[in-house]
Write a protein that binds this ligand. Structure first.
Ligand SMILES: Cc1cc2nc3c(=O)[nH]c(=O)nc-3n(C[C@H](O)[C@H](O)[C@H](O)COP(=O)(O)OP(=O)(O)OC[C@H]3O[C@@H](n4cnc5c(N)ncnc54)[C@H](O)[C@@H]3O)c2cc1C
Length: 368
């Protein structure tokens, strides 16, 4: 029922704008409005904070179905979870009440600010500092590549509180867009997910109350990594949706397109490609849903499974979307058809929330 509902909404209200959102590199406001109206913008927020309390699998299905028509729009529910999960996992009850309620209502979005210009895969090498000053912390630094920056009201920001301790000297904070000293860079000019704004976040003497710290001092990096264990599965879902969208489009096209006097779908070479695409997507789906169940239960092997799902599904998305372009021939290579956008959008799923090289490092350290 959930899949039917979100698919109908995505096809009616999000798909019609996907090409323009990409072409104009603009925020998908129509998608945000439609998702908020249907209470599907941040489904993971628990009912106790006014949310819908969807479990990890239901969240994955929402993201998958939105990504099937528009990858940029799928970053609305995905990044709302990424940004707010540190608070849900480690925040005080007061922080949860204060920040989850507007998120659930659709009054505010949440972003996640870990990466920096010189700290990507090696996120613990960050330089952003948070210095205690009485009942306040003062934050200074630059966060880079922050999804939905400028659009989101709230930011989970990881910053160094004790430079002698590397990852154990990092703490997490909630920073608000309206805090004095917060500003944003120009949107990055990207290959894909052009509708999802990616900007730098500048923190210039941002003075915030000490109770905005998420969890204890020095636990921020652990919270950030624990968050990724759960949210990498949402990137797997995004990849899965992009791949399914490309297969669905190509499947229709090969029935219509005629060469040598018959639909190209009649050629076995084409049929084998479609069979491989569908097989890989189904394998990615099973891995992703199994990981979502582990996320919900908090299983011990979640770290391996989340990394495996993200890595596998994103590689599948890249292969399947490239094959979809191939199946449309020259037409697939133009912006008149959606598969080239899907191929460009797929690429990011191999890069963010840890590159697929980093996923392999995570898997190797957590072999089952
Ligand atoms: C569109 C977009 C949105 C993003 N959104 C967010 C966000 O909302 N919040 C946020 O905090 N970050 C975000 N990121 C940042 C993203 O997570 C990083 O770009 C990513 O982790 C890689 O870091 P990097 O770009 O610095 O690459 P680097 O770390 O410099 O890596 C360069 C290459 O080296 C490889 N490499 C690095 N170390 C190793 C190693 N030990 N072994 C083998 N290979 C290695 C990498 O796999 C990669 O291929 C986003 C990035 C993009 C592009």
């Amino acid at each position: 029922m959930l899949r039917d509902a979100i698919r109908a909404l995505a096809e009616a209200k999000i798909a019609p704008h996907a090409a323009a959102v990409d072409e104009e590199a603009r925020f998908p406001q129509e998608a945000l409005d439609a998702l908020v109206a249907a209470d599907l913008h941040a489904v993971h927020v628990p009912e106790s904070y006014g949310g819908t309390g969807a479990d990890a699998l239901a969240t994955v299905i929402v993201i998958e179905e939105v990504a099937r028509v528009c990858a940029s729009s799928s970053l609305i529910p995905a990044v709302n979870k990424l940004g707010s999960l540190p608070v849900i996992l480690s925040g005080s009850e007061d922080l949860k009440k204060k920040y989850m309620t507007p998120l659930a209502k659709g009054d505010a979005m949440f972003s996640y600010a870990l990466s920096e210009p010189d700290a990507g895969s090696d996120a613990a090498g960050m330089k952003t500092r948070a210095v205690r000053d009485g009942d306040f912390y003062v934050l200074n630094g630059v966060k880079r590549w922050i999804t939905n920056a400028g659009e989101s009201e709230y930011y989970t920001v990881m910053a160094v509180t004790d430079p002698t301790k590397r990852s154990k000297g990092i703490s997490a904070f909630v920073v608000e867009k309206s805090d004095d000293g917060v500003s944003f860079g120009a949107p990055e000019r990207k290959l894909g997910i052009k509708g999802s704004p990616t900007r730098e976040v500048y923190l210039d003497n941002v003075r915030i109350p000490a109770d905005r710290m998420i969890g204890e001092e020095g636990t921020g990096f652990a919270t950030a990594m624990k968050t990724l264990d759960h949210t990498r599965i949402t990137i797997a879902a995004q990849a899965l949706g992009i791949a399914q969208g490309a297969l669905d489009y190509a499947k229709g096209y090969v029935q219509e397109r005629k060469q040598f006097g018959k639909p190209i779908a009649d050629f076995q070479g084409i049929q084998f490609m479609l069979a491989d695409m569908a097989m890989k997507i189904e394998a990615a789906r099973q891995l992703t849903y199994a990981a979502a169940a582990k996320s919900e239960r908090g299983d011990k092997d979640l770290t391996f499974q989340g990394a495996a799902a993200k890595c596998f599904a994103s590689d599948v998305a890249m292969e399947v979307t490239t094959d979809a372009v191939q199946l449309l021939g020259g037409y697939g290579y133009t912006r008149d058809y959606p598969v080239e956008r899907m191929m460009r959008d797929a690429k990011i799923t191999q890069i963010y929330e840890g590159t697929n090289q980093v996923q392999r490092i995570v898997m190797a350290r957590n072999l089952p």
